[in-house]
Design a protein around this ligand. Structure first.
Ligand code: GLN
Length: 312
């Protein structure tokens, strides 16, 4: 697609959208009560090229909470401050083979396997340097906004809904605190993570965010340098191995792109040096990834020859 004329990309997106619109498999997440109100018929696709062109199909401007799609971007912000070796003392780089919300921490150290599962994300969020939880969340919101290229805000209703039902994530924070892998007070640590998950985005935002990693850290729409190039490469690597949770292996075989899904129905993927691509569709498969978005990305990868292992 880097050499494809603009209308070929627009037509490809529109066709994939039309092709997958009839897919209605999966269940909208309901463990966060506010998410259960999402319209299962919403379906948006967006692609952002390295020169900052934004292509879209379907309902790409419906707002939704970012949820786990925030994880790689907040990991990038923390990594830019700490470096990989320091980060690795607190959060690993290995796929867990467990569900996104599993109570899986390394024996002895309490270290989460990777930053894409909830435990690792709660730890990563709280490694963003700050002198208070308010300041930390301010830095996270600024950073996510820089990735998206516009000022983002928090869906306070989703935040309250998740906080009211977030005991499992609080439990993870307490376990890590007890083991010494989380130094921030666990209650505050969990609330900062809940606020991060409630940041409001649309499909185009997610595509710009992935495109910012695909350029090596420069937002292709605003020209702002958001993270250094080595950080973008490290984050894309962790997305490739861990971004799709226990479906990560099958995803890499079939789609072949670093990606991240979330329980609200967002999915973002990056084709390094080529583009960022995103999809929104609320019904999820049993691993917590959006069914129609996974199918759409498979189809896009096939059409545009996006698989990373593809011989050029
Ligand atoms: N906020 C959600 C949670 O912590 C995010 C999970 C997800 O999107 N997979 O449960």
């Amino acid at each position: 697609a880097d050499t494809a004329p603009l209308d070929v990309i627009s037509a490809g997106l529109a066709e994939v959208h039309r092709q997958l619109l009839p897919v209605t498999d999966g269940e909208v997440a309901s463990y966060i009560p506010k998410l259960a109100l999402a319209d299962p018929g919403d379906f948006g696709l967006a692609l952002v090229s390295m020169d900052g062109h934004r292509y879209r199909a379907g309902r790409a401007d419906v707002p939704f909470s970012i949820q786990s799609v925030s994880k790689p971007f907040v990991y990038a912000l923390a990594l830019a401050e700490l470096g990989l070796d320091e980060m690795h003392r607190f959060v690993g780089n290995e796929p867990s083979g467990d569900a996104f919300n599993a109570i899986s921490l390394e024996r002895g150290t309490g270290r989460p396997a990777n930053p894409m599962i909830n435990a690792g994300a709660v730890a990563t969020t709280n490694l963003v340097p700050a002198s208070s939880p308010q300041e930390r969340f301010g830095r996270i919101l600024d950073g996510l906004s820089a990735f998206a290229g516009r000022r983002l805000d928090v869906d306070e209703e989703v935040y309250r809904s998740e906080s009211a039902t977030g005991d499992r994530n609080r439990a993870l924070a307490y376990l890590m605190h007890a083991a010494g892998s989380l130094s921030v007070e666990p209650q505050a640590a969990a609330e900062t993570y809940f606020r991060q998950c409630a940041v409001r985005v649309d499909t185009v935002d997610l595509a710009v965010m992935a495109a910012t990693l695909a350029t090596g850290g420069v937002n292709p729409v605003t020209g702002e340098s958001v993270v250094p190039e080595p950080v973008a490469v490290q984050v894309l690597s962790v997305m490739a191995t861990c971004g799709m949770y226990d479906g990560a292996g099958d995803w890499l075989v079939r789609v072949g792109l670093p990606a991240k899904s979330g329980v609200s129905g967002g999915l973002t993927a990056a084709s390094p040096g080529r583009f960022g691509i995103a999809c929104y569709s609320p019904p999820l498969d049993p691993t917590g990834s959006p069914v129609r978005a996974v199918a759409a990305l498979r189809e896009m990868s096939r059409r545009f020859g996006m698989h990373l292992m593809h011989v050029p």
